[in-house]
Write a protein that binds this ligand. Structure first.
Ligand SMILES: [Mg+2]
Length: 228
């Protein structure tokens, strides 16, 4: 831990609340499609469309909107009413315009670390939406560098660490996803803190136990300062 020079923070559900807006939108989508689905059918059409579209559309709300429409077309066997498509567009716009809610205690953590470490925001998702959220958050000034990546896999982190011009063991990543924020960074020889959020997207969930000196599992963002 003594080596750490740069601390990168994930954004969604690490700096600010994100996943609950997607959960709400999914609920609205399935309510909209209720007449076309057998009662108690597993809600999977939307998730399948999202995963299938990831390589083409990437992450974020705009891709989610397109996946809602595609799933809606499949669920209704191409008979989706125009009003349902309009409603899906509205669901997406409401997500894009949702108020920004910071994760409890995160501003205090950034305040305490500022000046002692180079702070970076490293997130995936839609460029415009993430820029807008960063602006709304009021946190932009804490960060020395902002990286909005199309994916958070090993090659993406490798590029980021090279860009920061440090060896991997001077890099610490903090985030709520073991899959996207922790595992690829540990594989590269960096440090990682996992700060879980109460809701995790199905796609980001992994079952794994990490035993590694460069890894810490925390209860909340406040604990970050206990280790630095
Ligand atoms: Mg996240």
């Amino acid at each position: 831990m003594k080596n750490i020079k740069v601390i990168a923070f994930d954004a969604d559900d690490t700096l600010w609340v994100n996943e609950p807006y997607f959960r709400l939108a999914e609920k609205q989508f399935y309510e909209l499609m209720a007449d076309y689905l057998p009662k108690n059918s597993p809600p999977s059409a939307l998730f399948q469309a999202q995963i299938k579209n990831l390589p083409l559309y990437g992450y974020g709300i705009k891709s989610f909107i397109l996946s809602m429409i595609e799933a809606g077309i499949a669920i209704t066997d191409k008979t989706i009413p125009l009003t349902a498509i309009i409603e899906m567009l509205n669901i997406g716009k409401e997500m894009l315009e949702a108020p920004l809610e910071l994760i409890d205690g995160i501003a205090e953590v950034l305040e305490a670390l500022q000046g002692k470490y180079r702070l970076v925001m490293a997130t995936k998702g839609d460029l415009l939406d993430q820029e807008r959220k960063l602006e709304k958050s009021g946190l932009a000034n804490y960060f020395h560098h902002i990286e909005i990546m199309s994916e958070k896999k090993r090659p993406n982190y490798k590029k980021l660490i090279q860009h920061l011009d440090i060896p991997p063991n001077e890099f610490l990543m903090i985030g709520n996803s073991l899959k996207s924020d922790v595992l690829p960074v540990l594989e590269l020889g960096g440090h990682a803190f996992h700060v879980p959020f109460h809701t995790t997207w199905e796609y980001e969930r992994v079952e794994t136990t990490i035993v590694e000196e460069r890894f810490r599992s925390l209860e909340n963002v406040g604990e970050i300062l206990d280790f630095l």
